[in-house]
Design a protein around this ligand. Structure first.
Ligand code: SF4
Length: 137
């Protein structure tokens, strides 16, 4: 059993109200149990919502609103789900300020990326949960 970014499974939970349906991830459902989670929705953010990017230790929307607390809350709730279910692995959406693993947008909203983890990925990793992305499949 693994956690999975809900958007990769076709749930329309992204900031723009769309999904990020990934055929390879959906294919895994034939052999594995994937638990869909959206940390940003779990953190209390609406869908659609303003895009946000990690800037230093904060998460800031394009218009400058500090949404760090919501992202942190969503990360904690996601970790809670992992602990309740005893899940030790996650397949997350690359690049996201919550779910990105090893690569996130650089905070300039220009599409450029830098090395780094999303807020939820960082918390899961700190708690010994292995995170990979759809790009690793
Ligand atoms: S927070 Fe994660 S699951 Fe939710 S839309 Fe963003 S990438 Fe997908």
């Amino acid at each position: 059993m693994k956690l999975c970014s809900a958007c990769l499974l076709g749930v329309r939970c992204r900031y723009d109200g769309k999904s990020a349906l990934n055929k390879k991830v959906v294919e895994l459902l034939k052999t594995e149990t994937l638990i869909p989670v959206c940390p940003e929705q779990l953190g209390g953010l609406p869908t659609p919502r303003e895009p946000a990017e990690v800037i230093g230790k904060k998460v800031i929307t394009k218009s400058g609103q500090d949404v760090t607390e919501k992202f942190t809350h969503g990360a904690r709730e996601t970790l809670k789900i992992a602990k309740i279910l005893g899940v030790r692995e996650a397949i997350f959406k690359q690049g996201s300020p919550s779910c990105g693993c090893g690569r996130i947008y650089d905070g300039t909203f220009s599409g450029k990326t830098i090395k780094g983890d999303g807020v939820t990925t960082a918390l899961l990793k700190k708690n010994g949960i292995k995170v990979i992305t759809e790009e690793d499949l």
